[in-house]
Design a protein around this ligand. Structure first.
Ligand code: MG
Length: 263
């Protein structure tokens, strides 16, 4: 099953567009050919486009983005934090979403902005009170996420909303790979800044696996189709500067690349 994309034919479309926008189209990618589909998940194949002629949009339009903090042992210790006894969760606003190729805007009110390469889980059907062993059937697929964080503001505030909530602080994409196509146990997150490797870890090192996260979250919050879970970042987080190009790669999923620009 091919990769699922959201796209616009307008090269200058807003980086994030609500799903009802007439500019938003859906498609499946087969090699270099992009075929338009009627709905985000339908199997029909309409008009064909070349990737260079379209603007990729964030591949999902979530009602909420659920982030998981400290889900890799070495990352928790590199920031001097204890391991959480249960998943540590926070929300990022959908207004923070941007696509592969869009700019990350470095806010004027922060002096320390970090990248966090993460595996993104996209929900496929409404999920409430899900048991861990059933969780996989609620997953539509996987994508790459950069959970960009203004670390100074996160520390100052004592909670995460402002530090992780700026516009452009949630690059996601470039597409969704359906879960049936993914060999989960082989996935490895790599983050590169200007071509230099900064993070490199197998997703198997997560403290709370995806099923446990979905079970935990759906005890109190209904997850809707296309909701996005950023499953936490491995060790190696560090700062970004205006002009940097940051790349989150997950082999078998894709490459998410964004440039940092001054706000
Ligand atoms: Mg994170």
């Amino acid at each position: 099953m091919p990769q699922r994309v959201r796209f616009s034919l307008n090269r200058f479309a807003e980086p994030t567009l609500p799903d009802g926008s007439p500019q938003v189209r859906y498609g499946v990618l087969e090699g270099d050919a992009l075929f338009e589909t009627r709905t985000p998940s339908s199997e029909d194949k309409g008009a064909a486009y070349r990737m260079k002629d379209v603007r990729l949009l964030p591949p999902c339009w979530p009602s909420k983005i659920v982030g998981i903090g400290r889900n890799y042992r070495e990352h928790a210790s590199e920031l001097g934090n204890p391991l959480p006894p249960e998943p540590l969760i926070f929300l990022k606003p959908p207004s923070s979403l941007v696509a592969h190729g869009d700019n990350i805007i470095y806010p004027t009110i922060s002096a320390r902005v970090d990248y966090e390469g993460e595996l993104g889980v996209v929900i496929g059907k409404r999920a409430r009170l899900v048991r861990p062993q059933e969780a996989e059937s609620y997953i539509l697929g996987y994508t790459c996420v950069n959970d960009v964080t203004a670390r100074d503001l996160q520390r100052r505030d004592g909670q995460f909303t402002r530090g992780k909530g700026f516009d452009t602080f949630c690059p996601v994409g470039p597409w969704i790979v359906p879960r049936q196509e993914v060999q989960f146990e082989r996935l490895r997150i790599r983050t590169l800044v200007n071509g230099q490797l900064k993070q490199d870890a197998p997703v198997q090192e997560m403290i709370f696996p995806v099923g446990a996260i979905i079970a935990f979250v759906t005890q109190f919050m209904t997850l809707e189709p296309w909701d996005l879970i950023a499953t936490g970042t491995p060790a190696g987080v560090g700062p970004l500067e205006p002009g940097d190009v940051v790349r989150v790669e997950i082999e078998g999923i894709g490459v998410l690349e964004n440039k940092v620009v001054r706000g």
